[in-house]
Each structure stands twice: as structure tokens, then as C-alpha cells.
Design a protein. Structure first.
Length: 241
């Protein structure tokens, strides 16, 4: 099975090609350019380096969320376009699961993404088996305190929200450091998470590939706040129409 994996959920873009259990090619870009500028050239280079065409790809794996709303849409749209011609199966994987699959060893790995406004998207996984220990969620970093302190295995944080977590939990017994260059999401992690989803029967045709935002957009949150404020200021029984 030839797997093409793509990540555009955060500041970095990553692409990998995996054949069965062998990683053929992997690259990442954190140059400050937009994903719309870098992604397709990265994919083209990856396929040419492996001597493959899109018609020879058996599975597309892509981070479907959480992450940057714009970034997710770029990656998902690219995969839909690439997969549509042959109706190739697609694996929309959790960004946090892909972070965990990019790590190996013993302990508990917590994938954390900066969700702004003092919140992080986070989920925990067993580092050896990549078994999911918590659901993906968006909440203040304080909310994971009981989980972190209750872990019986060493804890590592990865992702662009790891620094926020280390600032709060770095001195907790059992929390071990992870160098910043190793915290980034790898294309290989996306490929491995996609392969696991394929084996579990969780893949979909390209038309059914959808993002998993896990929270409202900023515009939607602002609108809800305005509507709530408007409702509180209106006299009881008065309609907005």
C-alpha cells in the first residue's frame, strides 16, 4: 500500500510517502510561507522522488483537526483534489493522534496545540502502543492537571502548545522534557495514523472528507457573544424582530 500523508494543521507543513511499513520520503517546511504556496510543490517533489504518480497512491492521509481552520481547509482541499480522479480512500486523522504516532518510546505523550485565549487542544496517548487515553478536547491548560498528576508513566508534551504545558507542568514529578525540534508534527506520524485508521475501517471517499474543528470559529464565537449581550440588554418579552 502506497500512502501519501499531508499535514497543514499548524504553522508547519509536512508531507510523507510510506509504502506498507517503510517510510520512503518525508519533508517539512516552517519557512513562514503560507501552506497554499508550499504544499503542492512539496507533494510534487515527494511523488517524483519516489517514482510515483497520484494514480499509484492507495490511501491519502491528512490531518483533519484540530488546528488552524484555514490550514485544515488547505490540506483537506488538496487531498480531495488529488484523490477525486481515482476515488482513492482518504483517512482524515486527528492532528493530536498524528503527533503521538510521530513519537516512540515508553510513557504517556500528550499532543497539545495552541488554541488561543489561554486554551489548548489536547489529547493523551500511550507512547508505546499509541492507544488513545483521552478524547480530543479544547480547554484551558489547567483542565489537564488531574490527568497529568495522576499519570503513572513519564509524561511528554508535543505540538505547538507544548511550551504552554511545560510552563505549567514542567516541575511536576514524572513530566520529562522534550526538545523543541522533536515536538513538531511529522508526516510519518500522519501516515501511521492514517494506516491505523485504514485498518480500523475508518477511511472515507474524498467527497466525505470533512474537518473536525472541535470549536466554533472566532467569527462564530464573536457573533454568539454579541447575540448573548443583545439578548441580555433587551427588556423581557421584547422580540428582536
Amino acid at each position: 500500500m502506497n500512502i501519501l500523508a499531508i499535514d497543514t494543521a499548524g504553522k508547519t507543513a509536512a508531507v510523507a510517502v510510506m509504502r506498507d511499513d517503510t517510510l520512503l520520503y518525508e519533508t517539512a517546511s516552517n519557512t513562514g510561507l503560507t501552506h497554499s504556496e508550499t504544499l503542492l510543490p512539496m507533494v510534487d517533489t515527494a511523488l517524483k522522488s519516489c517514482g510515483l504518480t497520484t494514480g499509484q497512491i492507495d490511501l491519502y492521509a491528512v490531518t483533519a483537526g484540530p488546528g488552524s481552520f484555514t490550514g485544515l481547509r488547505i490540506g483537506l482541499s488538496a487531498v480531495k483534489g488529488l484523490a477525486f480522479a481515482c476515488n482513492t480512500p482518504c483517512a482524515g486523522v486527528s492532528t493530536l493522534a498524528a503527533l503521538a504516532y510521530g513519537m516512540a518510546g515508553e510513557g504517556t505523550v500528550i499532543g497539545a496545540l495552541d488554541a488561543r485565549r489561554g486554551q489548548v487542544y489536547w489529547a493523551a496517548f500511550d507512547l508505546a502502543t499509541h492507544e488513545r487515553l483521552t478524547a480530543d478536547t479544547a480547554e484551558p491548560a489547567d483542565a489537564m492537571e488531574n490527568f497529568v498528576k495522576g499519570c503513572k508513566k513519564p509524561v511528554f508534551f508535543v505540538g505547538d502548545g507544548a511550551a504552554l504545558c511545560y510552563n505549567k507542568y514542567g516541575c511536576v514529578p514524572g513530566v520529562l522534557p522534550c526538545p523543541q525540534p522533536l515536538r513538531v508534527l511529522r508526516g510519518a506520524g500522519v501516515a501511521l495514523a492514517g494506516k491505523a485508521l485504514w485498518e480500523d475501517g475508518g477511511c472515507v471517499p474524498p467527497a466525505d472528507l470533512l474537518p473536525e474543528y472541535h470549536r466554533l470559529s472566532q467569527a462564530e464565537r464573536d457573533r454568539a457573544a454579541r447575540e448573548a449581550a443583545d439578548g441580555q440588554s433587551r427588556p423581557e418579552g421584547e422580540s428582536s424582530k
